[in-house]
Design a protein around this ligand. Structure first.
Ligand code: PMP
Ligand code: GLU
Length: 396
């Protein structure tokens, strides 16, 4: 008899849908199936050589000891300069914490701020892990629905209607994973107008896709003077520098929050990987145009995939301004049957694409939208073309 009893909290935790789909695609591939994986949000580029060289140098320089819990001071200085250069934000070093990926940064924030029953507003679609990180820490996700007509962006009226005396935080990503939408300066200022009436609400602005932004200019919530003292700006190197496996993320935050995150991290993981931290100094100190070739590629792939999607009757899509995902509405296919099975929702549809077209995508349900699927175009042009051809064929 198995006597192992897992905790209630882990039993309630959902498996990350993005990682689960990527694992399933890998498994099918290893069985010899010709799967095209468009499920994982991961650049298909190698980490640039100038960053790899810095890591090799760090190994040879014997960086092998525990680092300070909140990151090396010279890395924090590079982050401070980056915030000033790219975002016009002035954080002192006590407001910066380096973590093992932005995922840990987000977990830290939830853990140091949420009490049982606190509400966290999540405009839908949101990045898959927000909901479970909030729940794992005793919070209650309050999902605010948006649709294609509003480019998947929450309006001030919707924000106002979602706020209650229990609201603790607002979390969003811009550019957004999965919709690719980017909040403009005006839109953020109008959300801030609502938030000004509720000084207890902390904003978590996840800007991990900031460089993969095809529009004009960019703006951070913390640039609004009244919001600086209650916004946590989250960022990392996974996406723009093609460094997903290196696991470095960071925050700029009010000092009280940063200090609490540091305390938590000191008990949970200690400082992030020392070699990766050294390499990230080089990454962040480099001129941004060093990574422009990847951004340009993502932009041309966006055009390609949008053109191909347009040729698939039944797919309805917004024009993403950033990140590397499209998030088409596929509800036109609900109610149809395949192999005797009815496609009832986006999860069934995504499974249908895997089985009938050998293309891995992620259901929108994981992002709080049951009518859409997410397709990552961080893949080669050949794979994007082949995947969309297969999808079109399977659907016809
Ligand atoms: N936020 C968003 C919106 C993401 O898409 C990701 C991707 N994994 C993360 C945070 C976490 O990034 P990482 O932990 O790789 O730094
Ligand atoms: N952020 C990526 C995605 O959304 C990576 C997977 C993950 O960390 O969950 O696909």
């Amino acid at each position: 008899m198995n006597m192992i009893q897992l905790s209630d909290k882990i039993q309630k935790l959902e498996t990350s849908a993005t990682l689960a789909m990527a694992a399933k695609a890998r498994e099918l591939k290893s069985q010899g199936k010709d799967i095209i994986g468009l499920s994982l949000g991961e650049p298909d580029f190698n980490t640039p050589d100038f960053i790899k060289d810095a890591a090799i140098e760090a190994v040879n320089d014997n960086y092998n000891s525990y680092s300070p819990v909140d990151g090396y001071e010279d890395l924090k200085k590079a982050i401070q300069t980056k915030f000033k250069r790219d975002n016009h934000l002035s954080y002192n070093l006590n407001q910066i914490v380096v973590s093992t990926g932005a995922k840990q940064s987000l977990y830290n924030i939830a853990s140091v701020l949420i009490n049982q029953g606190d509400e966290v507003i999540l405009p839908c679609p949101y990045w898959v892990s927000y909901r479970d990180i909030v729940k794992l820490n005793g919070g209650v996700p309050i999902e605010v629905e948006t649709d294609i007509e509003q480019d998947f962006k929450m309006t001030p009226e919707q924000l106002k209607a979602a706020i209650t005396p229990k609201t603790k935080m607002l979390w969003y990503s811009s550019p957004c994973n999965p919709s690719g939408s980017v909040y403009t300066e005006e839109e953020l200022k109008s959300l801030a107008e609502v938030l000004k009436e509720h000084p207890q609400i902390i904003v978590v602005s996840d800007e991990i896709y900031e460089h993969i932004n095809f529009g004009e200019g960019r703006f951070s919530m913390a640039q609004i003077p009244e919001m600086f003292e209650r916004t946590v700006t989250v960022n990392g190197v996974s996406k723009a520098f093609a460094m997903t496996g290196w696991r470095i993320g960071y925050i700029g935050a009010p000092e009280k929050i940063a200090t609490a995150c540091k305390k938590l991290q000191g008990q949970v993981t200690s400082g992030a990987n020392c070699i990766a931290q050294r390499a990230v100094i080089t990454a962040l100190e480099a001129p941004v145009d060093k990574i422009q070739y990847m951004v340009d590629k993502f932009k041309s792939r966006r055009t390609l995939i949008l053109d191909l999607i347009e040729q698939i009757p039944g797919f309805e899509c917004n024009q993403p301004q950033g990140a590397f995902y499209v998030f088409p509405n596929v509800s036109a296919f609900f109610g149809k049957t395949f192999g005797g099975k009815e496609i009832k929702n986006a999860t069934d549809f995504s499974m249908f694409l895997l089985e009938a077209a050998n293309v891995a995508t992620v259901t929108g349900e994981a992002f709080g939208n049951p009518n859409c699927i997410r397709i990552s175009y961080a893949a080669s042009e050949a794979n994007i073309e082949e995947a969309m051809t297969r999808i079109k064929k399977a659907l016809s």
